[in-house]
Ligand binder design. Structure first.
Ligand code: C5P
Length: 245
């Protein structure tokens, strides 16, 4: 426990609130209830498609660290350009599908490195947690999903990515293999006592952090709460407690 905490101690884990809303006004309504001192925010494909880059710019202007979760997967040149366009929006973190391959990952990393201005963190998606062994085998990806996750995480490190999105259940092994070389961004986190929704294997914030998570992606337990600020404050103090012991 102590060694994991010393690895992530450089920056205490923070919550990234998944803004999984279908349109800009509902999203803005929610964002007005929270603040950048308590959390970061994630904009995914649904909200980005509905609300567009101007909405992302407005979140940045409000002071939020924005994780643009568009999971780019295309030829290297296109993904490199998309990552630079995301960086131009001022986002804090952007992600790509590692299944796009080494050349695509390197192109994204190099393009961000060569760009003038702040470089967003570049994160790889390994195996979608919605995919099981059978789904992967049908695509010709053989073996256990876990083996594929480890292989794709290694390619991410080799290609200069800052981290990967992973289930907190994969975090412990990735942390022990890669130490602090890899930022671990973990969804599927549920504060103790909250409903799991459609997430199957969840962990509490404390469990996820002790497993090695750097970032806790949490959506519905916060976005659907009567008092989102209260939920965020409780998680923040739970995290502070881990680091004060
Ligand atoms: O509402 P909830 O906390 O389940 O939201 C989790 C967020 O993390 C969603 O935006 C979901 O798309 C995302 N995510 C996930 N599992 C992954 C990758 C991303 O739940 N493996």
């Amino acid at each position: 426990m102590v060694s994991i905490l010393s690895i992530v101690n450089a920056e205490q884990p923070k919550v990234i609130v998944a803004l999984d809303f279908s349109n800009k006004s509902i999203a803005l309504n929610f964002v007005e209830q929270i603040n950048p001192a308590l959390c970061r925010v994630k904009v995914g494909k649904e909200l980005f498609t509905a609300a567009g880059p101007d909405f992302v710019r407005s979140l940045v202007k409000l002071g939020f660290d924005v994780f643009l979760d568009l999971k780019y997967h295309d030829i290297p040149n296109t993904v490199a350009g998309a990552c630079c366009a995301a960086a131009d929006l001022g986002v804090w973190m952007v992600n790509v599908h590692t299944l796009g391959g080494r050349r695509m990952l390197e192109a994204a990393n190099n393009a961000l490195a060569q760009r003038i201005g702040t470089r967003p963190l570049l994160i790889g998606v390994t195996v979608l947690t919605s995919m099981n062994r059978q789904d992967l085998n049908e695509l010709g990806v053989l073996g256990e999903p876990q083996e594929t996750v480890l292989r794709l995480a290694q390619i991410s490190v080799d290609s200069g990515l800052d981290g990967v999105v992973c289930s907190a259940h994969e975090a412990r092994q990735l942390r022990s293999l890669h130490g602090d070389q890899l930022r671990l961004v973990c969804p599927g986190v549920r504060p103790a006592g909250s409903v799991k929704d459609d997430q199957r294997r969840t962990m509490t914030p404390t469990e996820a952090i002790l497993a090695g998570a750097n970032d806790l992606v949490i959506g519905r337990p916060i976005t659907r709460a009567d008092n989102p600020i209260m939920v965020l404050k409780n998680i923040k103090s739970e995290i502070a407690d881990i680091f004060s012991t």
